[in-house]
Design a protein around this ligand. Sequence first.
Ligand code: CDP
Length: 230
Amino acid sequence: MKKKPEIIAIDGPAASGKSTLAEKLAEALGYLYFDTGVMYRAVTLAALEAFHCVDDEGRVSELAENLQIDVRPPSKKDGRKFDVISAGEDVTWQIRSPEVDANVSRVSAYARVRKAMTAQQRRIGQRGRVVMVGRDIGTVVLPEADLKIYLDASVEERARRRFVEQAERGGNLSYEDILKAMKHRDRYDASRAIAPMQPANDALILCSDGLTAEEILKKVLELVRQESEP
Ligand code: CDP
């Protein structure tokens, strides 16, 4: 009898539906849902607050190596899925700002930042019963994952989703601005030297264009079932 996948890695570009899938999948399986993007976002926010820009690789790296980031169950009913605590402060919504969006890929390309974040993520992932989401989970953080999904979608569809999300939160960016920023971040994430965003060789590539969150969840639960079959 094959064992049910204990470590599930979900990678892919911004707004492809990774977080929604991972959250629902973790709930269905009774696993921990861990979104690694929040760690890079928390470092970026802290660097912007401390230095007003993220250009100084040495200083940003040192900050990342010393920053205490915690992800905890939600303490407020304001639409959040979890609390993100950085240096003791609740930064759950601040890490979603356009300033963080614009700078996070720069920060996440720094070698020492990645090393510090990857070590923490591996420690959590290796405990098992986890659905971990990011760009490099199947390739670098947890290459031993039992099931690897690379969730993609067209950049137009992804920008449309982000546009709706930010408008619901009272943001006033245009669809065109979001599309442009997203293309820029994709290019940066896919072309960086360390742990670039790419599907692992043994990842299953799914495209979420035209599919609802429920349809994707169903597909992935079916994959989990197949993996667990004798
Ligand atoms: O939510 P969204 O897909 O927009 O982004 P995210 O998952 O929160 O990730 C924000 C940024 O962090 C990405 O654009 C990457 O630059 C970086 N990241 C990374 O390099 N490696 C990860 N495992 C997760 C995020």
